[in-house]
Design a binder for this molecule. Structure first.
Ligand SMILES: [Zn+2]
Length: 250
C-alpha cells in the first residue's frame, strides 16, 4: 500500500528525541516550539493553536506522535496573532496537514501576504536592529481558510469560543473553553514570578487597548489559564485575572 505524501515527508523530518509536552487538562497539551508554545487539543479531531517560529513543525508533529495521534487528524489550526513566533511554522505545517487555518479578520492580511510580517518592535531603534533577523526568519505567505470574529465558535473540547482581545496586536484573540473551565490568552498577558502582567511593551501595539482586553477577559469564568510563553495557572485563575484587572483601573 502506498503511503500518503504527508507521511513520506514526515518520515524525513521527524525528530529523533522526545520533545517536552505538558498536559494542562485532559486533551489539552502545551507543546514547546521554537520561541514559543503551541497547544494541541485532542478530541475526535485535533485542533492546533499557534505554530511557533519557523522550524517548529517537527516538534509539534513529534509531540502529536508521542501522544499517539496522527498529523492528518488535525482539522483546525487557530492562530492567536500574527507575530513570527506564532505563525512562523504555519506554512510548513500546512505542507503536512490539510487542516483549515483560522485567523482573526485583522491578522489575516498579514498571514496571507507574501510581504514580510510587520515588524513587531515598538521602539524604532530596536525595530531596525532586529529587522535582519525578522527578514531571515519570515515564514512567507500562508493560507487562511476561515476568518475569525469575536464570539465565533469551534467544536474542540466541548466548544471553544473566540474572544477578540486586541492591544498586543489589533487582531489578537483569546480562546475560551467554557465547558472545560479554561482560557488560552496567547500573548495578551504575561505571567512572571507568580504575577500576572500586561503584555510586553516592546511588542505591544496599544497598551491601553491591551488593558481593556484584560478587563474584558476578567468577565469570563475559568479555572485554568494558558499562556504562549509561560506555565499555565492551573486553578483559581479567573479570580487572579479579576484582581489583576482591578489593579489596572478603568
Ligand atoms: Zn506576540
Amino acid at each position: 500500500m502506498q503511503r500518503p505524501a504527508w507521511q513520506e515527508r514526515w518520515e524525513e523530518i521527524k525528530p529523533a528525541p522526545l520533545r517536552p509536552v505538558r498536559e494542562v487538562l485532559p486533551g489539552l497539551y502545551q507543546v514547546r516550539t521554537r520561541g514559543s508554545s503551541a497547544y494541541l487539543l485532542l478530541d475526535d479531531e485535533i485542533t492546533l493553536i499557534d505554530t511557533g517560529n519557523q522550524g517548529s513543525a517537527p516538534r509539534i508533529l513529534g509531540a502529536l506522535e508521542e501522544l499517539g495521534r496522527r498529523p492528518d487528524e488535525i482539522r483546525h489550526i487557530v492562530i492567536t496573532h500574527f507575530h513570527i513566533d506564532h505563525v512562523g511554522g504555519l506554512p510548513e505545517i500546512q505542507q503536512h496537514v490539510s487542516a483549515r487555518t483560522c485567523v482573526h479578520l485583522a491578522e489575516a492580511p498579514h498571514v496571507e501576504s507574501a510581504e514580510p510580517l510587520p515588524n513587531p518592535f515598538m521602539h524604532p531603534l530596536l525595530a531596525r536592529i532586529c529587522e535582519p533577523y525578522l527578514l531571515r526568519n519570515d515564514p512567507g505567505a500562508a493560507r487562511v481558510d476561515v476568518v475569525l470574529h469575536d464570539g465565533d465558535e469551534l467544536p474542540a473540547l466541548g466548544g471553544m469560543r473566540i474572544v477578540h482581545a486586541p492591544g498586543h496586536t489589533a487582531g489578537s484573540i483569546s480562546i475560551h473553553f467554557p465547558n472545560r473551565g479554561a482560557l488560552l490568552v496567547g500573548d495578551a498577558m504575561q505571567y512572571k514570578f507568580g504575577r500576572l502582567m500586561l503584555p510586553s511593551r516592546l511588542f505591544t501595539q496599544d497598551m491601553d487597548e491591551a488593558a481593556a482586553s484584560i478587563r474584558k477577559l476578567a468577565r469570563l469564568d475559568f479555572e485554568t489559564l494558558c499562556f504562549s510563553h509561560f506555565r499555565p495557572i492551573l486553578s483559581g485563575a479567573d479570580r487572579k485575572v479579576r484582581e489583576f484587572a482591578l489593579s489596572l483601573g478603568e
